[in-house]
Design a protein around this ligand. Sequence first.
Ligand code: Y12
Ligand code: CO
Length: 175
Amino acid sequence: MKLEIVEYPDRKLKEVSVEVEKFDEQLHKLLDAMYPIMIDSNGIGLAAIQVAHAKRVLILNIPEEDGEQPKENLVEMVNPVITAKGGETTYQEGCLSVPSFYEDIVRYEKITVNYQDRDGNTKVVDADGLFSIAIQHEIDHLNGVLFIDKLSYSRRKKFEKEYKKFQKEKKSSKK
Ligand code: Y12
Ligand code: CO
């Protein structure tokens, strides 16, 4: 399966993804194809909508303290739902669909998430730290929400200006 990262301002990123009902080979192929594109792009989290598949699917591979990102740490979540949340934390977030832009975003510090694995088995996880932030970022994608949607009006205006400049430079470097 050949996948490409969808980049802002593509309207596809605004779509609300649909719940997965079939835990079949098609789902497994999608999950298998998402991992290399995330790793090759230096990512730590990716939602299916970022590769143009509007399914409630996300993957996470949080690096360890030494920066290593072993595949054993890969977490695949299908139909994730946050069932408990608490505290507050701020982290400078980035997104593969909004390249070269990072911004401080406030999120819940700790969450509990119910989800299914690729075979439809129900799982529950308590998450904190970067894992918690990444899950919340990726679940937002499933609802058509980007981290830049959480910026203040003035910061968003500044972002749009900076991003247009980035896109122009990217385009001219490809010529
Ligand atoms: C904390 C905050 C956000 C997340 C969501 C997952 N985000 C990413 O995986 C972002 C990756 C990313 C990678 C980039 O590429 C390189 O560094 C080479 C990047 O920079 C450019 O595109 C130029 C931006 C974001 C998880 C946890
Ligand atoms: Co993202």
